[in-house]
Design a protein around this ligand. Structure first.
Ligand code: HEM
Length: 513
């Protein structure tokens, strides 16, 4: 019989002296801390705040303030391009190594957010071969042939959006309607139907649990082991379980119904390859959640930010309206994407919106394989097991890559692509001089709102198609004006990033053109 610390006899023999538990734990914790601070730790040569080297608990807690991108940018300004932000974590803001680092495999953050070590959507799979296998149907489902099929769904839902705009034109909350549009479109596109937010409003939203518990999600993504235990706490993963169960319902209905159109599940379920076995149901359910989580907020936030910039930069609005009117006069079908590729100013405005406000400001986490070789790029040597972050926000706001990085200036894209000469380009809104006051720099490699490499955003083409179509159709049909009394500064206040950069209200009035 062994005694407990309080001296009472324990009911069974654990095979060791229980009085040693506390002292041994203290020794273990202290030796771990000393190791993490010591010159023998593999990341010792990288600078960073002392408290971040000790444990991930502090950084995970500080991430709940919703200001991770801004905080990381300050750390880079203080410590340089490579900062040790955790015992085993680096943030890297060096465009010369970025292209190579995109091929580092996925990091462990999704283990925490999906509350499971074993069950992961495609985006969370760390093993590169398995990830590549799971990504194949996604690549088919997001390729040019598939996108062509989705054009009519965008047009149908886009038409419905314009009708709602017309009915509510006195006061329209653009952010809200863009969210309704992306959810209805994504449900049609992924599952062949299932939501009617454009018709019935938010109360009918079967995905309303999305966006809940974001502060917990961000903590679990920094402390994956806690996420795994968190999964056992009743209530902790309620939003995730609800998402899975909703996706499970939608998936079951969709698989039972079979494909009526070539939707995303047509590819994810291998219906396009009759000789190939369909994947296990859990893969389909998790990838259904991924389509909703990855493909809705990001696109709606970009559309809202784009119109925020148009409304606060009247010269840009006028220039874009001119281009839309040239390609989509009233008699043209505003939902037909046939002119998109010629609309250089539209693309410049979209790029600039994504540069200043990337909807996923921290991008996708990476980890050098723990049992593999180190990653060596130029003079940078990253030891096995190191978690790395390549934050689009910090790359996009680096003056070495982009002139006046905090300024919204779509013309920079036209200058960089040779469509406009620097001396002929319109200056940023509100400029007083006759030329930009600094040397023009533009580094395309540092532009990464969709991440990059073999695990970069698979939905980029679809997102751009949606954004271009809705922008053209809206500007073709309506004049958009801010609601009287709206304070544009309010939009910038309380911008909080947990996973995405969050949704902010954009109230406008619309007038039929
Ligand atoms: C403006 C809109 C969007 C932005 C800014 C965006 C951004 C991103 C980023 C930063 C990543 C991580 C990439 C990396 O780790 O390198 C990602 C991954 C992903 N995105 Fe998007 N995304 C957008 C729209 C979409 C859409 C419409 C879909 C369609 C369902 C989608 C599906 C995915 C998927 C499935 C992944 C995981 C890819 C993988 O693990 O292989 N995204 N996205």
């Amino acid at each position: 019989m062994v005694e407990s610390i309080s001296g009472a006899a324990l009911p069974f023999d654990w095979g060791y002296d229980a009085r040693l538990v506390i002292p041994l734990s203290i020794v273990l914790i202290l030796s771990t801390l000393i190791y993490r601070l010591s010159p023998v730790h593999p990341l010792c040569k990288f600078p960073g705040p002392l408290w971040r080297r000790i444990s991930m608990i502090g950084p995970a807690y500080s991430a709940t303030n919703g200001r991770i991108p801004q905080d990381v940018r300050s750390l880079h300004d203080q410590y340089g391009d490579i900062v040790r932000t955790g015992p085993n974590e680096l943030h890297i803001r060096d465009p010369t190594v970025l292209a190579a680092l995109w091929s580092v495999p996925r990091g462990p953050g999704f283990i925490g957010t999906s509350l499971s070590r074993t069950r992961q959507p495609m985006v969370g799979i760390q093993n590169p071969d398995e990830h590549q296998r799971r990504r194949r149907p996604w690549t088919r489902g997001m390729g040019p042939v598939a996108l062509k099929e989705y054009e009519h769904i965008i047009a149908k839902r886009g038409q419905q959006l314009m009708e709602r705009f017309e009915e509510n034109k006195e006061e329209v909350s653009l952010d809200q309607w863009f969210h309704y549009f992306v959810f209805d479109f994504m449900s049609d596109m992924a599952f062949g139907g299932g939501t009617e937010l454009l018709r019935n409003g938010e109360r009918s939203n079967p995905w309303s649990m999305l966006g809940k518990s974001l502060q917990i999600v961000v903590v679990f993504s920094r402390l994956p082991w806690l996420g795994v235990y968190g999964g056992y706490i009743p209530g902790a993963g309620r939003a995730l379980r609800a998402l899975q169960s909703r996706s499970s319902e939608f998936t079951a209905q969709r698989v039972k119904r079979g494909s009526t159109t070539r939707d995303l599940f047509y590819y994810l379920n291998n219906e396009d390859l009759p000789n190939v076995q369909p994947p296990p149901p859990n893969h389909l359910i998790d990838d259904g959640v991924l389509a909703i989580v990855g493909g809705t907020d990001t696109t709606a936030i970009t559309l809202t930010n784009l119109f925020y910039f148009l409304l606060t930069h009247p010269d840009v609005y006028t220039a874009l309206q001119g281009e839309v009117d040239k390609f989509y006069p009233p008699e043209e079908d505003g939902f037909n994407p046939k002119y998109h590729r010629d609309m250089t100013y539209l693309q410049a405005v979209i790029n600039e919106t994504l540069r200043v406000f990337p909807p996923n400001p921290m991008g996708g986490q990476r980890q050098v394989l723990p049992n593999g070789p180190p990653v060596i790029v130029n003079n940078l040597h990253i030891p096995p097991g190191t978690v790395i972050w390549l934050s689009p926000y910090t790359y996009h706001r680096d003056p070495r890559s982009f002139t006046l990085p905090d300024t919204f200036w779509p013309e920079r894209w036209l200058i960089a692509s040779g469509h406009t000469k620097l001396e002929d380009a319109r200056l940023p809104t509100g400029s007083t001089g006759s030329h930009i006051p600094v040397e023009f720099v533009h580094n395309d490699t540092a532009f990464c709102p969709f991440g990059g490499g073999p695990i970069g955003c698979v939905g980029k083409g679809l997102a751009l198609l949606e954004i271009r179509t809705v922008t053209c159709a809206l500007l073709q049909k309506f004049d958009v004006r801010t609601r009287h009394g709206w304070d544009s500064q309010e939009y910038l206040k309380n911008m909080k990033t947990f996973v995405t950069s969050g949704r902010r209200p954009l109230p406008v009035t619309l007038t039929l053109r």
